[in-house]
Design a protein around this ligand. Structure first.
Ligand code: 13P
Length: 294
């Protein structure tokens, strides 16, 4: 069932587990994620960003697909706009039925980030849609932004940001970055900062750049208060790997069976990920096993 992201993250925050938010750019990916969630009795967040919607995951096509797939399962599914920045696109997504929008003002000067995020929050909340903001800046792994301490989130500033913007979840910069890290590198996360952020904010926190973080980091991040983990690069790689394997085993494999192989590969990847971040087994017959649904 399609639900607000706020409801999913409220349960995760209360019971200290992480929920996967997968950038799902076609039917196969959305179906892989949602069916994996059903089999794992786990919530899931399906998301795409403005660039992905422009290139391939066209909003008019993908929103009905996600709504239809979500309606077929018992577990909670949210639909999130990832890294929104353009006001018109965000408004279109809210009108189309996204159950959360992210406004990413993390590259703006602080007061401008506060101002714009607060406007988006007021608009979205009035339409029953929740909001994720970002403070600090999660940059690119290719630029080694994960090592740039200047970009990390300041807990005191974060408290001011949340109280003035009313966001429902906050993306924090604690040492991850988007995209693939250089070969062999596993990022070093600032768990002390995460602990301070959680203690100060007591709200759902989001980790962007989940790919390549390593199982141990992910588990520690969830234990430290991360409730939503964004995953794109690793999920796309799982689909690509499955296609390559199918081709290697049988070079004459046709297009349909390549798509099916990719879907199966992504589904398995998602199921494994859910076990690592603790969301497996949280919902039975649509109800949180801990009984704390909003
Ligand atoms: P990765 O591609 O590093 O998983 O990052 C995804 C992300 O954070 C989307 O917002």
């Amino acid at each position: 069932m399609l639900v607000s992201m706020k409801a999913i993250l409220a349960d995760a925050n209360e019971h200290n587990y992480g929920v996967m938010a997968m950038n799902s750019i076609n039917i196969e990916m959305a179906r892989a994620g949602i069916l994996a969630a059903e089999e794992e009795h786990s919530p899931i967040i399906i998301q795409f960003g403005p660039g992905q919607m422009k290139n391939h995951a066209h909003m008019e096509e993908m929103v009905p697909v996600v709504k239809e797939l979500a309606a077929r399962v018992h577990v909670p599914v949210a639909l999130n706009l990832d890294h929104g920045s353009d006001f018109h696109i965000i408004a279109d997504c809210i009108n189309a039925g996204f159950t959360n929008v992210m406004f990413d003002g993390s590259s703006l000067e602080y007061e401008e980030n506060v101002k714009r995020t607060a406007i988006i929050s007021a608009l979205a909340h009035g339409m029953g849609c929740s909001v994720e903001g970002e403070l600090g800046h999660v940059g690119q792994a290719a630029d080694a932004d994960d090592d740039n301490l200047d970009l990390y989130t300041n807990p005191d500033q974060a408290l001011d940001f949340v109280s003035r913007t009313g966001v429902d979840a906050l993306a924090v910069a604690i040492g991850t970055a988007h995209g693939a890290y250089p070969k062999g590198k596993i990022p070093r996360l600032d768990f002390e900062r995460l602990h301070l952020l959680k203690e100060t904010l007591k709200m759902p926190l989001v980790l962007h750049g989940g790919s390549g973080s390593g199982e141990e980091n992910l588990k520690k991040a969830v234990a430290g208060g991360i409730n939503k983990i964004n995953v794109c690069t690793d999920a796309w790689q799982a689909g690509k790997d499955a296609m390559l394997k199918a081709l290697e085993e049988k070079p004459e494999t046709d297009y349909m069976h390549l798509c099916m192989a990719a879907e199966e590969g992504i589904k398995q990847f998602v199921k494994d990920y859910m076990k690592v971040i603790g969301s497996s087994g949280r919902y039975i017959y649509g109800e949180s096993v801990s009984g704390s649904r909003e």
